[in-house]
Structure formats: C-alpha cells, structure tokens
Design a protein. Structure first.
Length: 627
C-alpha cells in the first residue's frame, strides 16, 4: 500500500453516513475531486466540497488509524438466475444466507449481464463490452482477452491491493490469458468453462479433484464449491492486514449437476424434473458456504469494511416447461421473466446483484432501480475504493457510486446492449443484430425488430414494434453506434507458445477458431472423435526449435490413438508421420519463426481425414542458433 487513506464522516441528506472521501486521491498531499463522482448540481457539489474539506480539516486525524481501502470480495455463481433465490419469490429453494445478505445489502434490481459465461466475465474483468475485448463466446477461440485489455485485477494490483482469483475463469487457459497473467497475484482455478470440461485437468468430476494453484496442479479432497470457499477464507486470513480484492467465481450450479445428496435430497419430492433437485442442492450448498464465509469475516473483524458483492453470470439454466410435469407441479421460477440462459429476453441477462459494505453505507436492504450492468462494476468499485481509473483505460461502464448513495442524482446509464454473437449454438458468423437486445428505460428491442414495454408487459409477450416507430429508430441508432464501435475488435486472439511463463503449452480443441459451430469442448463430444479440425491462432514468442505433440485425449489418459497417419500444418508448412500401433501420441520437431501463425492438426484413417488432435502440446526446445 502506498499512502494512507482517510475516511471521513460526512453529513449526507438527513443521516450521517461514513463515506470514503470520494475520489480523494492522496498523491503527495494533493487532493483531487472526481467530477463524475459528484455529478449532482453545482450547489450540491459545492456543499459536498465544503463538507468534505471541513471534515478533512477537523476529524481526519483520529480516523486515519483504522481507515484503509475497503476490501472487496466479488462472488459470482454460474448459471443461477434471478429467480433461483428464495428472497426473489422462489417458493421451493432454500437460500437463507443469500436472503440474509439481500436483507442487509444495497440491491441492484435492474442489473444486466451477458447471456452466458465468458462474455459476462470479460465485461466484469474489463468494464468493456465483451465483443470489444475479444472474449465474447464460450469456446471457438473467442474466450480470450486482447493483449491490450487491462483487468480490474491489474488496476487493483497496481493500487497496492492483494489480488486473488478462485474458481472458474473461462477467459483462456494458456499464457498470456490465465488469471495469473491478468493481474491476479494468487490463483486457484480450473480450466475451461466448467470442472471436467475438455481442457480442465483430466478426470475432474467435482469431488476430490485437481486444480491449478499459481501454475502448479494440486490435488484436493472434497467438493468443488466447498474447496473454493475454504480457499477464499484462507486468502482472506493471509491478507487480513492489507487491502485485498478477491474474485470468487464458483463453477456451481453450472452443469453437470453434481452435489452430495445431503444437499439435493431435501428437493427430491418438490423438484421433479431430471436434474432439478441437484441444481437446487448445488445452490443451497453455495448458500451454506456464503454463510460460513460471512461468519469468518466477522470473526476476523473484516465484515464491516469489506465490500461483499453477490451476483450471477447469466439467467438460469434450469427449470422445465409446465406441460412436461403433472398439473400443479413446481416447474422452476424465473420471476415471470421470459427466457433464460443463452437468450436475450429479460430472463437471459437480468440477474441478482447485492452490494454490502456497512462502513460505506451500503447496508440495510435498499433497492436501486436504475439501469446497471456488469460493465459498471469496474468503475464503481474503483470509485468506492478510491482508486483512480488509469488514463489509458476506456470502460464502457459508468460508476454508479454516487447514484446508489443519492437517488436524486439522475440515472447514470443511458442504455445497455446484450448480445449473443452467433446465437446460442454459434450457427453462423457474428453478424449485427443477431440475438441482440437494446435496453433503454422500459424498452427492450430484440434483434432490431421486436419491441417490448416492460411497464405493461413484464413477461415480453406483446411485440408492439408497429406502434412505436420512433422508439425503434432511436434504439436501432444506439445499436448501430455500438456495432460500429465494437465489431472491429472481434478478431482472433492468439495463444503464446514459447513463453517462459508456460512451457510446454497444452492446446485444446475448445480453442479452435472456427468460422461457426462450436468445436469439441467436452468429453461427450471428444469421445465420439468428431471428424473436424480447426486452427489455433498462436503467437510464437521466440525463434527456435519446437516439439509439437498430437493426441486425441489428454496425456494423463494415456490411451492409444485411433489413427493411421497424422499431419501438422504450421508456419505455412505441412508435415506428416505414420502412427505406430498402440502409441498415444505423435511428435513433430519443427523450427518456428517468432510471430503469429496458425497450428492445424489432422489424423487420417484409410486416407480419409478423421478429426484433429483435440489435445496438442507445443514445447519450446532451444533457440535458433546464429548462422
Ligand atoms: Ca454461466
Ligand atoms: Ca474427482
């Protein structure tokens, strides 16, 4: 930590609230006020300046000792929708600790994310629209952030915070895209988009699994969610005496839906569809862990000055149509919103977000109904933690720190655009309008053509586009400007090979850059040996000799190849070898020049192409010798 942060008692409206001197930057004694924080009228601003100056002058000395940047714990669960919480009206699920947090928090009731995993994480980490960052799909080489993207962890880390990431990352499995390459000083995570998916440690199945700690695989005992929260407590304990930023992103309750029966059995009689009891059990287990973590924060004396955020990454992935169950059965709950995960109707991207920070006045169970988005958390958290936005960081998000403290300040966010570029199954290349939603006030423009008014049509049943041509024109103009701005950045992001941070690099078919269609990203698909291949976009970090090893299953599986011949195309040259009977892999040793290239692999049977090497290791052996 550099410098000492002062916290000041300020009269604010009709009550006294301890707020951090907003954007008071303490560099060499200079005091800078951020205009966008105090965005009320001039009279209000002048009053605030006066009060802050007065309080700085009169009371700062006695509060310096216990004042610090607040800690931040950002908890995000996976595939839990707005309605998968008891306090939101779900009549079946039990979430007592989430309900308690809800009762004690500032709730964002009109909070929007992306329709599924990776894009929400990209927006959360950068404060920028996912398409702009390069990470806007969940596979197909489009899950990684462009190299010039800075993350919230970079910024907190540069400001002197201890930064930690635990759980699901889903923004790239290889250097320079791993969480430890992106500003997190301590990481414990699983690869790919879920525990047990293709590029995750082979054989992981939620129980007693192997995860990656700071670049080294480590075997754990217990259930994934319990381990993530245990590790969160350990991180907090280690860093309790300095400000920390902890990003805790559970893989649960994403499928496959596995949890100890202790958690799912209570739902067996009330949740009748196939995996519903397990889905709810996974959430109740998260809830239990949240309760344990909050208890621990209290024990350590950190609960009051930690900004604790609970949110989810997209609409629910669970529930079942009424028609498929006996009359009167419970079929899931989504607060009467249309759509769920992977759709751009409200149920796909409106999710819970609770902020709790007693010292900062975020407490007591209040709703903030203004339009907010995942994009806004980066600038808002920087504001709340008195960290200046780096000059070269240009977020699409807006700080709502001032708005949530004073509802009289006008809504900060004008509109928000959600888009699932290429549709749920990536049926075609990215196109404007495809699976998009423009949100402004009560209006929702879907795919550029359907219009809904949430004031009278919460469930988006009546398309009233024909009645409101002016609204359509206005919202279409907003979308056009968005597309013009983000689409040039929807370009391949390369993975490093020959980077000393990770050598060898294990590439997975999950990252094949296909023009459309999802590549094999799980073992259900890979075990069928689909007859497709695709290019990995790589950045060769140094001229030299490389060994490239082709496999159909990960090294740990040690299974023989089902192939007669293998070929490799890289740096414009194609190489071929025959496969020896019973061997689990083939090697190629090639010289590669530094720079961008593509790697394409192919196995052959009976002279017919038979799918690529779903797993390929690239190892830098030695530098090119001078001629
Ligand atoms: Ca998700
Ligand atoms: Ca296991």
């Amino acid at each position: 930590m550099q410098g000492v942060v002062q916290r000041n008692d300020v009269f604010y409206g009709d009550y006294i609230e301890l707020i951090p001197a907003p954007s008071l930057m303490r560099s060499h004694g200079n005091v800078i006020f951020s205009e966008h924080y105090l965005s009320g009228n001039h009279t209000m601003k002048n009053l605030m300046y006066f009060l802050i100056a007065l309080v700085c002058h009169t009371t700062s000395i006695q509060i310096v000792a216990d004042a610090a940047h607040p800690n931040v714990i950002l908890i995000m669960t996976d595939d839990q929708g707005y309605g998968d919480i008891a306090c939101h009206g779900n009549p079946v699920i039990k979430t007592p600790y989430i309900d308690q947090l809800h009762a004690e928090s500032l709730r964002l009731t009109n909070f929007h994310v992306s329709p599924y995993c990776t894009p929400t994480r990209a927006a959360l980490m950068t404060g920028r629209y996912p398409a702009r960052t390069g990470a806007y799909r969940t596979s197909s080489g489009r899950t990684m952030l462009h190299r010039d993207e800075q993350t919230i962890a970079n910024i907190f880390s540069d400001a002197g915070y201890a930064t930690g990431m635990i759980g699901k990352w889903h923004l790239g499995d290889n250097a320079p895209h791993r969480p430890q390459d992106r500003g997190f000083q301590e990481v414990l995570w699983h690869r790919c988009g879920g525990v047990g998916q293709a590029s995750d440690y082979y054989g992981n199945d939620y129980f007693d699994d192997t995860y990656e700690r700071n670049g080294v695989f480590e075997k754990f005992t217990g259930y994934c969610t319990d381990i993530w929260f245990n590790e969160a407590k350990s991180f907090v304990e280690r860093h309790r005496k300095e400000p920390f930023f902890l990003y805790l992103a559970t893989n649960a309750p994403h499928g496959p839906y596995r949890v100890d029966p202790e958690w799912s059995e209570p739902y067996r009689d009330s949740v009748l569809w196939g995996n519903g009891a397990n889905f709810y059990g996974m959430i109740t287990n998260i809830d239990h862990n949240l309760g344990r973590l909050r208890e621990y924060l209290k024990e350590l004396g950190l609960a009051e000055n930690t900004i604790l955020i609970f949110m989810t990454d997209n609409g629910t992935s669970n529930g079942i149509p009424k028609s498929e169950l006996p009359a009167g059965s419970f079929h899931g709950f989504n607060a009467n919103m249309r759509g769920k995960k992977s759709t751009v109707y409200e149920g796909g991207h409106r999710v819970p977000c609770f902020l709790h920070w007693p010292v900062g006045g975020l407490k007591g169970g209040k709703d903030f109904d203004g339009l907010t988005a995942h994009l806004d958390l980066l600038p808002t958290l920087l504001d709340l933690c008195e960290i200046q936005l780096p000059q070269d960081h240009d977020p699409d998000g807006f700080s709502f720190a001032a708005n949530i403290r004073d509802e009289k300040i006008p809504a900060h966010r004008h509109h928000y655009i959600a888009q699932l570029h290429g549709g749920a199954g990536f049926h075609h290349p990215e196109e404007p309008w495809d699976t998009s939603c423009v949100c402004k006030g009560p209006w929702r423009l879907i795919n550029g053509t359907e219009l809904y008014d949430l004031r009278t049509d919460h469930s988006q049943q009546n398309n009233i586009a024909e009645d409101h041509p002016n609204v359509i024109t206005e919202l279409r103009d907003l979308y056009e400007a968005f597309w013009k701005s983000v689409s040039p950045r929807m370009e391949p992001v390369a993975i490093d090979v020959g980077n000393p941070l990770e050598n060898p690099t294990t590439l997975c078919s999950q990252d094949w850059y296909l023009p459309f269609g999802n590549p094999p990203w799980n073992f259900n698909s890979i075990n069928r040996r689909p007859s497709i291949t695709g290019p990995w976009h790589v950045m060769v970090q140094q001229d030299g000799t490389y060994r490239i090893t082709l496999r159909q299953l990960p090294k740990e599986a040690n299974t023989p190849l089902v192939a007669e011949r293998a070929s490799l195309t890289v740096a414009g040259e194609t190489h071929e070898v025959n496969v020896l009977d019973g061997s689990s892999h083939v090697h190629f040793t090639v010289n590669l020049p530094a720079g961008k290239t593509e790697i394409i692999t192919q196995f052959w049977n009976s002279n017919e192409p038979d799918g690529g090497a779903y797993f390929t290791d690239v190892e830098f052996l030695e530098a090119k010798h001078a001629p």
